[in-house]
Design a protein around this ligand. Structure first.
Ligand code: PLP
Length: 435
């Protein structure tokens, strides 16, 4: 839980939000790396209360750690949520966010526009767990309603999915979910601070902290943030994991267990059951990097967003480029969604199509000198990738087109370098692409 007044701005909360003020043992201001597996109990009564979750404290670092706690309470405050759970990767965060409410025989309804790793998790691995994922086109929010039945446990979507970069209708789908008793989980990895899913009715936000939050390409991690805003008890039949007695906690329900702590049943259960049993615990060393990243996130996001607008405008006028994919350039309903959900910029991802197709894509990438050629986004450095020869190369050309990847498509994750240096590198690589 966050101890800070809700009135502080996110730019302040990244530095001051959450439970950590200074280290209780030493007064250290920077959050120390608590490189320990276990914690001395005061006496047997203390140990008993901790194990029963009647008192919150540290037992064993698989389930909770003071460094991680500082990060979790701070990012919950920044996002405007009630509590958070940090995990070993973004993949663990998306998997746990679903498995926390869905089991064998249940289903979730997901947007088709997903990160490749999430797509594989949903289309194949969750199926092996007996969880059905119903994929629907987010162009029409009503598709979510049509796919919902009594065993639907959640809606899932990415706020700003690439390669299409069409903003998800968060408010529209969250409203349908609230009508039917289904929480919306939003992966906001591509647009922290720029998109604020809880303000539009999302119930849960997940991040790959690997990307903008870490921000420097050093560490893999993820986080689940509980908005504390979903009325689980009103839809008790839909959420047995939260409303039915859990034998591993003396038959208490997670709603009852969480009640003294606030509206945090969802994320408390994810920690006390999924993290305890499946164990995708994040290393405190990595959490330290995420804390450093979070502290400057607003500054970096501002520069990323500003540079991306400049890069998109530059590309639009280039003779080698047939089409620039960027939320600012969309029309119709997609433009309305970009306007409604993006604030202070359009994110740092810019896609473009080279007239010369696949061969031009290869030449462009190979000519880059400043931009890195990597399968990542959200680094402070500018990054580029040619999906047709890398991330999407296993798909047939027809399937690539369905996901929005044309042969000449290049994705940029625009960094925070001096803008002229980025543009100069793009210029010489475009000239070398022969398009
Ligand atoms: C990278 C990414 C993930 C997965 O995160 P990892 O930290 O790599 O496990 C999930 N969603 C999106 C949108 C991503 O970009």
């Amino acid at each position: 839980m966050s101890d800070q007044p809700a009135s502080l701005h996110p730019q302040t909360l990244v530095l001051h939000g959450g439970s950590y003020r200074s280290d209780p043992a030493t007064g250290a201001v920077a959050v120390p790396i608590y490189q320990t597996t276990s914690y001395q109990f005061q006496d047997t009564g203390h140990a008993e209360r901790l194990f029963a979750l009647d008192e919150l404290g540290f037992i064993y670092s698989r389930v909770a750690n003071p460094t991680t706690d500082a990060f979790e309470t701070r990012i919950a405050a920044v996002e405007g949520g009630a509590a958070a759970l940090a995990l070993a990767s973004g993949q663990a965060a998306s998997a746990y966010s679903v498995l926390n409410v869905a089991g064998a025989g249940d289903n979730i309804v997901s947007s088709t526009d997903l990160y490749g790793g999430t797509w594989a998790l949903f289309a194949a691995t969750l199926k092996h767990f007996g969880v059905e994922v119903r994929f629907v086109d987010p162009a029409d929010p009503e598709n979510f309603r049509r796919a919902t039945d009594a065993r639907t446990r959640a809606y899932y979507a990415e706020s700003l999915p690439n390669p299409k970069l069409e903003v998800f209708p968060i408010g529209e789908v969250a409203a349908i979910g609230r009508e039917l008793g289904v929480p919306l989980i939003v992966d906001n990895t591509a647009a922290p601070l720029t998109i604020r899913p809880f303000e539009h009715g999302a119930a849960v936000v997940v991040y790959s902290a690997t990307k903008y939050i870490g921000g420097h390409g050093t560490s893999i991690g993820g986080v689940i943030i509980d908005g504390g805003n979903f009325p689980w008890a009103e839809h008790a039949d839909r959420f047995p994991t939260l409303t039915q007695p859990d034998p591993s906690y003396h038959g208490a329900t997670w709603l009852e267990k969480a009640a003294p702590l606030g509206p945090v049943a969802y994320v408390l259960r994810a920690r006390a059951v999924l993290l305890r049993d499946i164990g995708a615990a994040v290393a405190p060393q990595n959490v330290f990097q995420f804390i450093q990243g979070l502290e400057t996130l607003p500054l970096r996001v501002r520069q990323h967003n500003e540079n991306a607008i400049a890069v998109a405008n530059f590309l639009k006028d280039r003779p080698e480029v047939s089409h620039v994919i960027f939320p600012a350039f969309q029309t119709g309903e997609n433009a309305r969604r970009a306007q409604a959900y993006l604030h202070g910029g359009y994110g740092a991802l810019v896609g473009f199509e080279l007239k010369g197709g696949k061969e031009a894509g290869r030449k462009f990438i190979n000519a880059l000198k400043l931009l890195y050629h990597v399968a990542n986004i959200g680094d402070a450095r500018s990054l580029a990738i040619h999906p047709a020869t890398t991330t999407h190369s296993q798909l047939s050309e027809a399937d690539q087109l369905l996901t929005g990847v044309t042969p000449g498509y290049v994705r940029l994750s625009v960094g925070i370098e001096y803008i002229d240096d980025i543009v100069n590198d793009l210029t010489q690589a475009l000239e070398a692409s022969g398009a």
